[in-house]
Write a protein that binds this ligand. Sequence first.
Ligand SMILES: Nc1ncnc2c1ncn2[C@@H]1O[C@H](COP(=O)(O)OP(=O)(O)OP(=O)(O)O)[C@@H](O)[C@H]1O
Ligand SMILES: [Mg+2]
Length: 246
Amino acid sequence: MSGLLEVSGISVTFDGFRAINNLSFSIGAAELRAVIGPNGAGKTTFMDIVTGKTRPDEGRVLWGERSIDLLRLDEAQIARAGVGRKFQRPTVFEDQTVAENLMMALKAHRSPWRVLLWKPAAADHARVEALAVQVGLGDSLSRKSGELSHGQKQWLEIGMLLAQEPRLLLVDEPAAGMTLAEREQTTTLLVELAKTHAVVVVEHDMDFVRRLNCKVTVLHEGSVLAEGSLDHVTANQQVIEVYLGR
Ligand SMILES: Nc1ncnc2c1ncn2[C@@H]1O[C@H](COP(=O)(O)OP(=O)(O)OP(=O)(O)O)[C@@H](O)[C@H]1O
Ligand SMILES: [Mg+2]
């Protein structure tokens, strides 16, 4: 197996409607990938399948050097195996500071018996600080999360995700609701993260996708319609018809 995640021939049907149709997808251990496509193309459902939230009717999802079958694991086991997912709505604790939120994420990452006895050590405080710096919140450690801008909350949530040391990050529409400056900083963050992680980004904002400067997978009716550079896929006649020319 070449990639970190190898999805092959998955299909899922909801009430007779085929939302994912013989979809195959592969991503390397340090790779950034944008997934685009019209509403209802199956982008979120694809992430639901990889994270174990939705079970495909057929196909395979293999993970890591030992080709672990993710379809045999539940959501918690898949998360522990190294698949992290960032949801669109930030789920940070608004009354807690940035540092407290990150520390909680670090704590949640420990095994249950350790959580009982767990007290943050100097190394944990250092890790919290490093995570904050990594997501651009190094100056905001003691701020209440509720005071952060929408974009900053999204970065905090990415930091909380990183506390769990995922190898793959699935990020669904991160740019929604962000200012242009926040969107630009988010691209920089995702590009940086993809040097050491596999990162899959679903996004409709084409300027955002262009700045990611990565391979693009176009989904349509639950299948891959085109794959390649953004210039390559946006020149594809079918892609223009189903997505860009709307
Ligand atoms: N749990 C479900 N039950 C029934 N139908 C579903 C379910 N989840 C998704 N669908 C349907 O599957 C199709 C694919 O939806 P999905 O949310 O994956 O699309 P998407 O590409 O993420 O679209 P968008 O760009 O609007 O977010 C849609 O027609 C949707 O209505
Ligand atoms: Mg979606």
